[in-house]
Design a protein around this ligand. Sequence first.
Ligand SMILES: *[C@@H]1O[C@H](CO)[C@@H](O)[C@H](O)[C@H]1NC(C)=O
Length: 412
Amino acid sequence: MVFLNLINSVALTLCVILLAVHSHQTWALGRGFLGNRKLIPSGEGLCASSITIHGYNCQELEVTTKDGYILSVQRILDGRVKVVGNVIKEPVIVQHGILVDGATWFFNSLEQNLPMILADNGFDVWVVNTRGTKYSCKHANFDASREEYWYWSWDDLVAYELPSVFDFISKETGQKIHYVGHSLGTLTALVSLAEGKWVNQVKSVALLSPIAYLKRMTTPIGAAAARSLLGESFSLLRIAEFDPKGVATTDFIHDICVKYKLNCNDLFTLVTGDNCCLNKSAYDQFFTGEPQSSSSRTLFHLAQIFRTDVLSKFDFMTSNLNVARYGQPTPPAYDLSNIPNNIPIFMSYGGPDALSDVADVQKLLNDHFQSHDKDKLTVQFIKNYAHCDDMFGTNANELVYNNVTDFFKRKF
Ligand SMILES: *[C@@H]1O[C@H](CO)[C@@H](O)[C@H](O)[C@H]1NC(C)=O
């Protein structure tokens, strides 16, 4: 039991460090930042700040999930060249990963960012902001300052959030929907498909820096994190909201950096890998708006995958709680082999990516995609791409986004 606790703590500690990476600059920005949960006045959403200013027709929408979270979604209806006549556009969901929001897609110029490239290629683009992020902090019953707001893991994104988004767009457009996700947005998609969610609503899927297994991820900070103090990792877990800009998180990371003499000025690189192609100004912009909060359970859940090398639902760590939730003492497993073989899937992964590392992506492919229809699976490997290059690398338009767009246009 002690041994198990130790393993759990080690895994949690590692994961907290890994995923809290983006907070490194918050030390310079000052302590005690109380989060970013001002309600966004209308006219100040992502459409206004990043999309309509470039001449795109953008609508701010709200999608209420089946479990009561109110998400902000931006719909880009037209590219710069408006299509005249009665053309039916195919909708695309653009889903960001953990600890960031939809704004991260827009750091580069129009020609370089994914949503606008899709819009300019005639797609009807829907940019989603996951629960807990700056634009999506409302709930039908309580606000995000309440602990209950944060009682969810990525299981709930699979069970409630993504299905609600798909239903909303299906109803609105009557069309089958393309999906492109990054990082956690790939794990939730893979598990959704394995669980039979939205398989009849989706047209094709693109996974950038795909994540399923985590055990083999390599990062210089891993060993240090694994040797770190147990008590602190547990006290972090008791905080339902994981705020990467919060005092608890920044203190925790700071202590580890000091203790193990790590150069945490470059924690971003230590954790996400050596990103080849980020623009300095986009990188700076990243740290003004990001990182964003997530739930501690989500991070803990990822740590559980890291530890067990098995994809299961969130483990409440006591059989009583697991029985109460699942009717069994251990959490039920997901089986990615249930992903239908005929769903068109595009994947792009990179060499130095420290989170979506090569060995784990290869395990995903070997274990679950051997019998996928060959003409419906495209996998590309980019030698020098790390975790954030897929999201806002300056040449991602040429290396990744054009291929995503072509994949979505293919007739399967
Ligand atoms: C980097 O960003 C600056 C400021 O937005 C821009 O002027 C420059 O063209 C960008 N460089 C590349 C390679 O995208």
